[in-house]
Design a protein around this ligand. Structure first.
Ligand code: LLP
Length: 441
């Protein structure tokens, strides 16, 4: 967490709660979310985007992307921070509705929403449905007509811009499953407009995730606005949705542009492009997930075993200490899935021991089960030490699994020296509860 501190005796504390107290009361592995950090970051991101666009004379709607990390408690924090919420499945929709979020403030995504999901979203009064295919136009229109509603929709388009961290690529067509091509958009929008039960809000483009600069957003906005202008000939296009994707620092090697600077740069681009095209400024929408919740979370593990190795995979001399913890790829799949980098610290004490090159591994039966690929820890790191891995708030709990029958760890919110469970951990009984082989025995 951005707010982790050390207590007088060198122990890490987050939200005013010492790591050893968290481990004692809730066990390890443990997801720890700093509530103040999550709430204030949501406000900061929303305000940065809204003030940047207010400056150029329009409004920005900010949707928190629930896929990053969603529970009813987190949905309430985001709502109280003034954010709307973006969901991409019936399950995520159920969570935000259970949290009491006003459905009018929800956006519903997905490249293959089921008929039941569409029906449920329409009946609930979801504010916008992001249409992702030609088939979906009729499906949403049918559900709206059946339920006597006029459903607001956006059209997801693939701008051909693909952004990843420091770079972006702009290609004519991209081989991927989301949205329609820019060329297909006018026809799709004409079909949407032909349905009295649908109200067209505008285009939607999401270019990727963990993006650092404004270049990809600039290219995408320019491409979308070109089509947006063409669509204005046949009817209103009140909004433009530029998706999410703002990057965060996972390790000290990452240096993301501050959100205010990014928001200002994107607003300037939208203003200049609208001026060049001689079209009115639309309202804009964003869907940030990671940048809001990523750095508010950390994971606490306990070290179980350590093992020095003396050769690397190619047989070259290397001095590396494998430090195995009590979780792994089931609570953080990102290193295995994406080669993602994290950093670790000893949370339960300080040490003057010389730093050692370590690889923090999990406890799964798989050699790719890595938590932190390369980092330095005090060389005396030992069984019983607590390790804190930073920036695990986004796409860790939400991507968690029960691989090897490990229960998902609990999620604890810390704040003002207190801690409370916001999602319970899974017990062995939970893991067996759905096993139908035990029925009647
Ligand atoms: N909007 C749409 C349409 C999206 O597809 C996504 C993310 C977001 C918003 C939020 O993006 P964010 O601001 O959080 O970057 N599991 C991957 C990330 C997948 C992102 C999927 N879409 C990871 O752990 O890096």
């Amino acid at each position: 967490s951005r707010t982790a501190t050390r207590t007088g005796d060198g122990e890490m504390a987050v939200g005013g709660v010492a790591a050893s107290d968290l481990a004692r009361d809730f066990g390890t592995p443990l997801y720890v979310i700093d509530e103040h950090d999550a709430r204030s970051r949501a406000v900061e991101v929303r305000e940065a985007l809204q003030s940047a666009f207010a400056r150029i004379g329009t409004h920005a709607h900010v949707y928190y992307a629930g896929k990053a990390f969603l529970s009813t408690e987190i949905a309430r924090w985001m709502t109280e921070a003034g954010c709307r919420i973006d969901v991409c499945s019936g399950g995520e929709l159920a969570v935000v509705l259970a949290a009491g979020v006003d459905a009018a403030n929800v956006g519903f995504h997905g490249n293959n929403k089921s008929l039941a999901e569409i029906e449920r979203a329409v009946v609930a009064g979801v504010g916008t449905i992001i249409i992702d295919s030609l088939q979906e136009i009729e499906r949403v229109a049918d559900a709206a007509a059946r339920n006597g509603r006029r459903q607001r929709v956006r059209l997801r388009v693939n701008s051909g811009v693909h952004a990843h961290t420091h770079e972006f690529l702009a290609t004519a067509h991209e081989d991927q499953k989301f949205g329609l091509t820019l060329e297909q958009a006018p026809d799709a929008v004409a079909r949407i407009r032909a349905h009295g039960d649908l109200e067209f809000l505008g285009l939607h483009g999401h270019i990727g995730s963990q993006i650092f600069g404004e270049g990809g957003f600039a290219e995408s906005a320019a491409r979308l606005l070109g089509v947006h202008k063409a669509l204005l000939r046949d009817g209103p296009v009140p909004e433009l949705n530029l998706g999410g994707g703002f990057g965060i620092a996972y390790t000290s090697a990452d240096d993301p542009t501050p959100i205010r600077q990014l928001a200002d740069a994107i607003a300037d681009i939208v203003r200049d492009e609208c001026a060049r095209l001689e079209i009115p400024l639309p309202e804009v929408a964003f869907e940030p997930g990671r940048t809001i919740i990523g750095t508010a979370g950390m994971t606490l593990y306990e070290v179980g075993t350590t093992k020095p190795v003396a050769l690397d995979a190619d047989g070259r001399p290397l001095s590396r200490l494998y430090v195995s913890v009590d979780g792994g790829m089931s609570d953080n799949a990102r290193p295995a899935l994406y080669g993602a980098d994290y950093s670790a610290r000893i949370a339960s004490r300080t040490s003057d021991a010389a730093p050692a090159l370590v690889r923090v591994a999990g406890k799964h039966c798989e050699s790719g089960d890595i938590v932190v690929n390369d980092d330095y820890l005090p060389g005396d790191v030992a069984p019983g030490d607590l390790l804190a891995v930073a920036a695990t708030g986004a796409y860790c709990w939400s991507l968690a699994s029960n691989y090897n029958y490990l229960g998902r760890p609990p999620v604890v919110a810390v704040r003002d020296g207190g801690a409370r469970v916001i999602v319970r951990g899974e017990t062995e009984a939970d893991l067996l509860a759905r096993d139908a082989g035990l029925d009647g025995r």
